[in-house]
Design a protein around this ligand. Sequence first.
Ligand code: HEM
Length: 465
Amino acid sequence: MIGQSFSLLYAMKKNTAEKWVQERIRKYGPVSKLTLFGTPTVMIHGQAANKFLFTSDCNTLGNQQPTSIKRILGSRILFELSSDDHKRVRGALVSFLKPEVLKRYVGKMDLQVRMHFESHWQGKEKITTLSFNIVCSLLFGLDAGERRDRFVEHFQNMIGGMWSVPINLPFTRFNHSLTASSKVQSMIMQLVNEKRTAMTEQTDQQGQQQDLITCLLSTKDEENNMNNSELLTDQEIVDNVRLVMTAGYDTSSILLTFLIRLLANDPVIHASIFKEQEEIAKSKTSRDELLTWEDLTKMKYTWRVAMETLRMIPPIFGGFRKALKDVEFGGYLIPKYAKLTLQLTHSTENYTDFLIFWAASLTHMDESIFQEPSKFDPTRFENQSSTVPPYCFVAFGGGPRMCPGYEFARIETLITIHHLVTKFTWKFSSLQEKPSSTTPTPLSQLLGKGRRRSHVLQLFPKNEL
Ligand code: HEM
C-alpha cells in the first residue's frame, strides 16, 4: 500500500528526486511499476512515452491530480475537466492568453515590472512576489493597493497546503489552506461581480478585453446559439482564476530564480544577455519608454538561455495521468483498474485507478536525445524545430493539455530579465555556487523570504545607461 511513497518523499525532501527516478530506470528499465500514495502507478519516460501521454485521446487517458489540489482549487479547474468541458473552458482561457492578445499588453506588463522593482526591490531588504503581482494586474485587473496585499496574503496561505496530506482538522496545514481558499474564492467572486456590473455600463468592445476575468465574462455560448448566455459558469471562472494564479506563480518564479542564479554564476552568459538587452535599452529615446512586442522578438538569445534553464531544471517535475481503459504501451499492458494488494474488507475486493507517472527531466537528461545533457548549452534551442525532436522538450507538457501560459511566461521572463540586467548587478552572499541538485527550489528559499534567509541576494543598482 505504502510502496515507494516514503522513499520518493524522502528523496524530494533531500532534493534528489531526479536521482531517485533515474535509479529506478537503471534498475527496472523504461517501464516500471510502483505504488505511490497508495495507488498502483506505472512510470514511463522518453519520446514515445511522452507522445503516448500527451496525445492519447480523452477516452484512453485522463488527467489526475492529488485530492488536495482539487479540494483547494475547486472541482471545475481545467485539470479536473475532460472532453468537451475541457475544450470549452480551455478555449475561453486561451482566447486571452494567446500571443495576438498578449502582445497588446507588453507595455502594461513592463510597467508592472518597473513598479515592482521600484517599490519592492530597490533599497528594500525583502523580495516579494513579482509573478503574483503581474498575474494580478494583467489577468485580473487588480493593481497595487490594500486589496491586492490581502489577496497575496490569502493566496500564499492557500497554496501552502496544496501538497499536504488532505486531512481536514482544525490544526492541519490542509485546513488552513481550505480556509484561505474560501477567502480567495470570495474575493474573486466580488471581482467578477464588479466587472460584470462595469461591463453592462461599458459599450466599447476594447474595454471588454482588458483582463482575463472580463474576457471570460464576455465570452458567449455561440455554439449552442445562446448568444446572451456566458460560456463559463461563475464557478468555472472562480476555480480557473485560482488555477491560473497558482499555475503562473510558482512556475515563472522558479524559472526566474534559476536564471538569476545562472547569471550570477556565469559571467559569459551574463555578458551575452547584457549585450542583447543593452542594445534594446539604447534604442529607446528615454528610460521611461516602455518595451514593445518588437523588442521582445529581438531577445532571442535571452529566451534560448531560459529554454535551456527549463530543460535542465523544469519547474514542474512531472505529472500523473490515469488509464481510462486497458491500454498497451511499449509491450506492457496498463490496466484500467488495479486490484489493491491490501484488502480493507473481507467481503469485497478493492480496486483502484491505475496511474501513469511522467517526469520531464528523464527525457531532458537523456543523452540519446540531448548530447552531453549535463552541459548548459543554449545553442540547442537555436533552431529548435530541427534540433529538438518532437515530445522531447516537455517543460510545458504537450498535446491538448500543453501549458496555455507559455506566451505569458515568456513575456514576463524576458521583461524581468531586461530590467534586471540593464538596471542591476547582483551577487549571492550565502548561497552555494553550484546547485546540489537540479530539482527546483521555491523562490522564497533561494532569494530569502523568511527572516532567517533574508539578504541572500544582494542587488546593486547600476548607473543610468
Ligand atoms: C515557466 C513557466 C511555466 C511552466 C514551466 C509551466 C508548465 C506547465 C506544465 C508542465 C503543465 C502541465 C501540462 C500537461 O499536463 O500536459 C502546465 C499546465 C497549465 N499551465 Fe503552465 N507553466 C508555466 C507558466 C504558466 C502561466 C504563466 C500560466 C497562466 C498564466 C499557466 C497556466 C497553466 C494552466 C491553466 C495549465 C492547465 C492546462 C490544461 O490542463 O489544459 N502556466 N503548465
